[in-house]
Design a protein around this ligand. Sequence first.
Ligand SMILES: [Zn+2]
Length: 335
Amino acid sequence: MSAIAARYFDGRSSRLHRVTLTVEDGHAVLRGDAERREPLHALQVSERSRHAARKVSFADGAYLEVDDSAAFATLLRQTGHRDGWVVRLQHSWRAVLAAAAATVALLWLGYLYLLPALAAGIAAALPPAVERQLGAGVLKLLDDRMLAPSTLSPLRQAALSERFRRLQPPQGATPAWRLQFRSSRIGPNAFALPSGDIVMTDQLVKLLDNDAAVMAVLAHELGHLHEHHGMRRVIQGSIVTAVSGLVFGDLSTLMATAPALLLDMKYSRDAEREADDYAVAMLVHNGLGVQPLVDVFARFQALERKQGGDFGYLSSHPPSAERLARIRDAGVRMH
Ligand SMILES: [Zn+2]
């Protein structure tokens, strides 16, 4: 096996040592200005490139530069060194970037498509007790911090509950629900917790000023319950937190996020659309037509014009033209 001329640097000084490189018995052997013998597996060979010399790195920081890359390639082949993709990957920033981009793309696709399906599957398979407990915990938290007992009379509360109870669900079984009236420091609001508790604030009842519109909001919330949107969102958030915990190495926040996710209850547009569709179907199914839901939107729009939309129910349920048009369309289709 022939010897190849090379330049050796010991990694401590910039002094150049002219040496020859041979491979003997699984070892790289240097002779000349410097003498050295190292097992091949302890060395790293740089990526092949058109102009630069090939570089052989020793574990202690010393390195070797070889200009005759053809002879060097032959030597590598003869020694069975695999000048393959592993070496390339380790040394090429392009490959690193490509791998990072591929990882991001994969995570993003997973986030868009896999995660919602997974969360829906898990939510459907969870025992109801889990949703009950989670919802009850969040309601208690809210009662401690943001909600006060309702000022509506028990009679009025019972009448609204009874009126909603008489409505038939548009499809399947009615999800378990319990109407919880509260007074709120966060203005007009209504939301459904995974436990089936639908919280309706006095402020929203007052704003709607129309019991049929209250039914429309409740039907929308029942739609969220029917689709397990709350639980799905918590599961999705938990998976995202868990995955980023795995990626970035911090799992401590995982268990703390579920209540926060529920408090920051912003569903996806798809979820809102599904809840709107459910509400429309329920109203129409019970002979009320879509007008109550249209009235809800009119009230929201008026409030938005007056106060801006960045709080409470308005921020999570913007009275967008798209939603309104969709509801009106649905009404036309269904009547
Ligand atoms: Zn909603």
